[in-house]
Design a protein around this ligand. Structure first.
Ligand SMILES: [Zn+2]
Length: 182
């Protein structure tokens, strides 16, 4: 008997101009029914969490950012101060089903667009419908930072980067960013 080998999943974060046919520019496909609870899906999630945890300033990561063209994003516990344990960190096949009319301009950056920062206009609250790693459906309403993250991450699943619609974009050196964070 042979054990089915799990497809290898990368762990490093792709940059905007890294590779030809960049997965960052593709429309990611949905996770299928039979992929829930599969070794492949858990490998993808594990590596996404790993890649995100390496980035001190990272709050969320979408699967295309590690080169996996699936509709998944994960959120760092850092983005949910105090209540992290009770909040979902994995969002599979997410959809925004409700959004506020009201928008706000916020500062934004991206782990795949080092080291550019700028402003984007996003809705201030949004309700997402999504599945967890076991294929269980849930809805999640959020405002502020989390609503902002939802929109940034779902853009990733559609091949959109914040620099496509951001303004007042400014480029920094890695050193400048690290020093500012101290
Ligand atoms: Zn991003």
């Amino acid at each position: 008997m042979t054990t089915k080998k799990v497809q290898k999943v990368p762990t490093s974060i792709i940059q905007i101009d890294d590779v030809p046919d960049n997965p960052l520019r593709a429309i990611a496909r949905e996770v299928t029914e039979d992929e829930y609870n599969s070794p492949y899906l858990s490998e993808v999630l594990k590596n996404m969490h790993k890649a995100l945890a390496r980035e001190k300033d990272g709050v969320a990561l979408a699967a295309p950012q590690i080169g996996v063209s699936l509709r998944i994003f994960v959120v760092s516990p850092n983005a949910y101060p105090e209540t992290a344990k009770s909040k979902p960190l994995v969002f599979i096949n997410p959809k925004i089903i409700k959004a506020s009319k009201k928008t706000a301009v916020m500062q934004e950056g991206c782990l795949s667009v080092r080291w550019i920062y700028g402003k984007t206009k996003r809705v201030i609250s949004a309700t997402i419908e999504s599945y967890d790693e076991n294929g269980k459906k849930f809805t999640y309403g959020a405002s502020g930072l989390i609503a902002h993250i939802f929109q940034h991450e779902i853009d990733h699943l559609d091949g959109i980067l914040f620099v496509d619609h951001g303004f007042d974009l400014e480029e920094f050196t890695e050193e400048e960013v690290r020093n500012a964070a101290k």
